[in-house]
Design a protein around this ligand. Structure first.
Ligand code: HEC
Ligand code: HEC
Length: 330
């Protein structure tokens, strides 16, 4: 049986957050030690769900007692409340939690669910020409999506650290009974084809102001409580994902936005969209036409960095709002 959107595990913060959402709608040194983290895995689109729907991941009440259960709980906390988790937060250099881009606490189909990811690693990638493990994948997410270079620890968690063990215990637990090596329906994000006439940053601005700014703020900085707890994640600026994160690509962002945003209107599990393909591309382009933390793979200048790392659908080294993008917020 398929879980509905409401059944998705929503640990504490999320329940409050969704409630808030519903109401609204109605400089440290960068420790890059490892060439293997320099490129993100690009995902192949998963097949559509058949009649049986999506993989039936376990419920919270199925977390066992004992050390393994503790690891699962800690890993879940690190994923959902990354900014609060005592160990994980030391590796966060911006204002993000992992679950900000993996909805339903990492369980929602079509929102890059962890149960879909677990069984496809280790995975060979032609791009960096070696077999990538889940350990590396998570460290990559810290490096780019969580901008770990600017964190207290100065980089992603160490290989084989307790934090990576906990996060992988959570993923492994969520995928119990899932077939290995299969591209499961609901894995990753849906891809949204680029509209024939491309996209428009200025149309995207209007969409953003009408449908997104209420939560993410007009200047993209999100919303935080006075004591620094995240209410709505930042989308650009110094607290956002950096220029190396998958989300800075317009196609990837459009795929995420189409079935996940605006929160409460779109629904990834029911594959319900609130925006047209064109609107998703326009608003994704507007979001990604602003500065964000520097690409950790910086090659000394914008042009060289663009040539080496940005041969894809993005605005790095392009002009927007009167300025060439890519220098980074610091
Ligand atoms: C800013 C948004 C964002 C944040 C924050 C984020 N991710 Fe991701 N994640 C993505 C995107 C986008 C992809 C797909 C990558 C691509 O297409 O290049 C992805 C992919 C993944 C995958 C692989 C999924 C698959 O099916 O292969 C895993 C595992 C993952 N992320 C874990 C994490 C973890 C752990 C964290 C926190 C440390 C995190 N993510 C934080 C956006 C994010
Ligand atoms: C009702 C409030 C609300 C509205 C409206 C809304 N969002 Fe969000 N958005 C959120 C929340 C909350 C999250 C994090 C979800 C989570 O942690 O489960 C999020 C996450 C995101 C992310 C993930 C990236 C990141 O860096 O964290 C993007 C991109 C995004 N929203 C874009 C948009 C766009 C574009 C619109 C308008 C079309 C929009 N949102 C409208 C509340 C909202």
């Amino acid at each position: 049986m398929n879980k509905t959107h409401q059944d998705i595990i929503l640990p504490g913060r999320h329940t409050a957050l969704l409630l808030a959402a519903t109401l609204l709608v109605a400089g440290t040194a960068f420790a890059q030690d490892d060439e293997t983290l320099t490129k993100q895995v690009e995902l192949k689109e998963a097949p559509e769900a058949s009649g049986e729907g999506y993989f039936d991941y376990p419920g919270m009440d199925e977390i066992p007692e004992g050390q393994f259960g503790e690891a699962v709980r800690s890993g879940m906390e690190a994923f959902v409340n990354t900014l609060q988790h005592p160990e994980a937060k030391r590796h966060v250099g911006n204002g993000q939690n992992c679950a900000n881009c993996h909805l339903g606490g990492g369980m929602a189909a079509n929102s890059a669910p962890l149960w879909g990811a677990w069984g496809i690693y280790p995975k060979y990638r032609g791009k960096n020409d070696h077999v990538n493990t889940m350990d590396e994948r998570i460290r990559g997410c810290f490096t780019y999506s969580m901008n770990a270079g600017d964190s207290e620890a100065g980089g992603p968690p160490e290989p084989d650290s307790q934090l990576l063990k906990d996060m992988q215990s959570f993923m492994f637990w969520s995928a119990r009974g899932a077939p290995l090596g299969e591209n499961l329906p609901g894995r990753g994000y849906r891809s949204v084809e680029k509209p024939e006439d491309g996209y428009s940053i200025s149309r995207g601005k209007s969409i953003y102001e009408a449908q997104c700014a209420v939560c993410h703020s007009g200047d993209g900085s999100g919303k935080f409580t006075a004591d620094g707890k995240q209410i709505f994640p930042p989308l650009w600026g110094e607290k956002a994902f950096n220029w190396g994160a998958g989300m800075h690509r317009i196609n990837t962002a459009a795929g995420f936005i189409k079935y996940n945003m605006p929160l409460g209107k779109a629904n990834p599990v029911e594959k319900h969209a609130a925006l047209s393909d064109q609107e998703a591309w326009d608003v994704a382009a507007y979001m990604n036409s602003h500065e964000r933390p520097r690409d950790p793979r910086w090659e000394g200048d914008r042009t060289t960095t663009a040539e080496k790392w940005h041969d894809h659908e993005c605005l790095f080294n392009h002009k927007a709002h009167g300025q060439i993008l890519g220098e980074g917020t610091k």
